[in-house]
Design a binder for this molecule. Structure first.
Ligand code: HEC
Length: 224
């Protein structure tokens, strides 16, 4: 085969490698530019962004206020017992009517507590969950607390003064947080927050339980 053809083929092969290399490099390099959109779909279209101006409306705002007389559905926030844990200006001592007082609710609360609360408060509520243990470990570190941070241990829910808190107050702590504990109102549904509060009450009660609290037919199964 003539050399010219061999060399031409080799050069062509090498040139053919350039586009994939450029594509691979472009794909792995972050860029502030919009990706090249060959098929536009509906990704790029005329629209008003939040807080922008729209001259069509008299007030010039693209974002429209609620229509007068709109009624919120599902989140009316009219039931202070269910939504705020308050009855007649005091912390509720009972569940709202939308939550059943039964074993299923306690078990639902146990599951949610173990997911959301136990990492800090511990499975038994005594404030020594794995997050607390790890934080203590870092605090005891010879080099001192990392970046000069400090750690507030999660409350032992059996502490005197806390173990007697009304269920509405516990519901409120879950919803809005307390001091250095963040609130879970945006992550946990209202019914689940009540279920967790109920489970906290059950956990607290478990520390002062007597044989009278155990159903008669269950007593024989207990190790004494
Ligand atoms: C990230 C760790 C963390 C998680 C997760 C957490 N807590 Fe706390 N909790 C704390 C800390 C810390 C405090 C003490 C706050 C303070 O007084 O500074 C506290 C305090 C409390 C108190 C006492 C509030 C009071 O009146 O002083 C209750 C009740 C409570 N938590 C319940 C819960 C429940 C129920 C959950 C799960 C939904 C939960 N916590 C999840 C860290 C946590």
């Amino acid at each position: 085969m003539p050399r010219l053809i061999v060399y031409s083929v080799l050069i062509l092969l090498m040139v053919a490698l350039i586009p994939p290399v450029v594509a691979a490099r472009t794909r792995s390099t972050p860029s502030g530019n919009r990706p090249i959109h060959i098929i536009q779909d509906m990704d790029i279209q005329a629209k008003f962004k939040a807080q922008s101006v729209n001259p069509i409306f008299a007030d010039g705002r693209a974002m429209r206020p609620e229509v007068v007389g709109s009624v919120a559905r599902g989140e009316t926030m009219l039931d202070a017992h269910r939504e705020a844990g308050v009855v007649d200006g005091a912390w509720a001592t009972s569940l709202p009517s939308s939550v059943e007082l039964d074993l299923a609710t306690v078990e639902r609360g146990e599951g949610r507590f173990n997911i959301y609360c136990a990492p800090c408060h511990g499975w038994n509520g005594m404030g020594n969950g794995p997050v607390n243990q790890r934080a203590q470990e870092l605090m005891d570190n010879a080099e001192g607390p990392p970046q000069g941070t400090s750690w507030t241990q999660a409350r032992n829910l059996h502490d005197p003064g806390w173990s007697e808190q009304p269920i509405g107050q516990i519901y409120n702590t879950i919803t809005n947080g307390k001091n250095s504990m963040a609130g879970y109102g945006s992550q946990i549904s209202i019914e689940d927050r009540w279920a967790i509060a109920l489970y906290v009450k059950a956990l607290q009660r478990s520390q002062n339980a007597s044989m009278q609290d155990v159903p008669v037919n269950e007593r024989a199964n207990l190790d004494r």
